[in-house]
Design a protein around this ligand. Structure first.
Ligand code: P6P
Length: 362
């Protein structure tokens, strides 16, 4: 086993006749984090423990989703409207509370910022020592949850900066490059956890018989181009002309196919592995787009850049955007480098034309 690649023994001939599959089944998320960091320091152990807690949240939500159709009072709406102005599903509330519960008495996470909560939630027993903040969308794609179509949870981990004495968590209003970890859990035919701590993107598949997430894909790289474009074309007439230009282009050229599942996590997952582009542009009603920056676009942007892809607002890298408020939204174009660049080229062209028209009038 070389120093450079501590996982080499997973791929070489098992020494001493050790069973390869046994070692693979032992490559749990917590072990993988430590192997990634190549350290057993307190910080490494904390991050490993934190990721294990996120895995526990994923297992609890996956278990509930897998039996939701057989249980009372699990599906459907609560009758409430959240800070986003969206009708809240019972699963949204359950999943939100799962993330809170798994971090209580952990000493790890002092603050949680969720799509479902107006303000950050503090876990006081953790705050003196816990310097991590979890930002998350507990159920992404809620519209799918009652019809058993894939949904996901998205998470982002940041280090608290300074003392948050007034509970405003202003230190969270910084660029996505401050993230120290990000990922998502996809509740699909199998439940998968995809994460990065800035050393590549890795996927784990839940083995229900073990109750463990086991390493299934390592160092995932997104192809430079893919055939899929993923966008809600029902918004076509609400888009800027540049996005309509892009859509007309992919309609008229061979080699493109549309896939849109209504849950970004599933659409993103396809593109992460097979290439292509997902976009949620601004619309007339929502010029900033629908997706939330801190706990949807920024974690996905962290992942896609780690996988060799790109994420932009259409004019600026997502990871460079600095939000003005916790629930800030941003337009999103994310996926393969060539496909993101193609969308941006139409935006740039329209911008040049507008500048020329303005210059001609002045
Ligand atoms: P629309 C789910 O609510 C979500 O935030 C994303 O997961 C998804 O891509 C998008 O909204 C779907 O929104 O307007 O196309 O239904």
């Amino acid at each position: 086993m070389t120093e450079a690649d501590p996982l080499l023994d997973l791929r070489s001939e098992p020494p001493l006749g050790r069973d390869y599959s046994l070692d693979r089944d032992c490559t749990t998320l917590s072990r993988h984090v430590l192997e990634q960091l190549q350290s057993f320091s307190a910080d490494a152990q904390d991050l490993s423990a934190l990721m294990s807690r996120i895995a526990l949240a994923g297992k609890l939500i996956s278990r509930r989703l897998s039996r939701a159709g057989l249980m009372e009072d699990v599906l459907g709406f609560t009758g409430e409207v959240n800070v986003q102005g969206e009708s809240v599903k019972k699963m949204d509330v359950f999943a939100n509370e799962v993330f809170i519960s798994v971090f209580k008495q952990s000493g790890l996470v002092c603050r949680l910022a969720s799509e479902e909560m107006d303000d950050p939630y503090y876990i006081p027993e953790n705050c003196p020592v816990g310097r991590y903040t979890l930002l998350y969308d507990p159920i992404d794609g809620s519209s799918n949850v009652d019809i058993n179509i894939n949904v996901g949870s998205i998470f982002s981990i940041r280090q608290q900066e300074g003392e948050d004495t007034d509970g405003s968590a202003k230190d969270l209003l910084q660029s996505g490059r401050k993230q120290i970890a990000a990922g998502y859990i996809l509740y699909g035919p199998s439940t998968m956890l995809i994460y990065s701590i800035g050393r590549g993107v890795h996927a784990f598949t839940l083995d229900p018989s073990l109750g463990e997430f086991i390493l299934s894909n390592e160092n995932i790289q997104t192809p430079a181009h893919g055939p899929v474009y993923s966008v809600n074309e029902g918004n076509f007439w609400q888009w800027d002309e540049s996005i309509r230009d892009y859509t007309r282009y992919v309609h008229r050229h061979e080699g493109y196919t549309a896939r849109y599942g209504g849950a970004m996590v599933g659409d993103f997952h396809r593109i992460l592995f097979q290439g292509g582009v997902f976009l949620y542009p601004g619309t007339v009603k929502q010029p900033e787009g629908k997706l939330r920056l801190l706990y949807e676009s920024a974690p996905m942007a962290f992942l896609i850049e780690q996988a060799g892809g790109r994420a932009s607002t259409g004019t600026q890298d997502i990871l460079d955007v600095i939000p003005e408020k916790l629930h800030a939204r941003s337009p999103l174009v994310i996926g393969s480098t060539e496909d993101v660049a193609l969308v941006e080229s139409f935006i740039q062209e329209r911008s040049r034309e507008r500048d020329a028209e303005l210059a001609a009038k002045s």
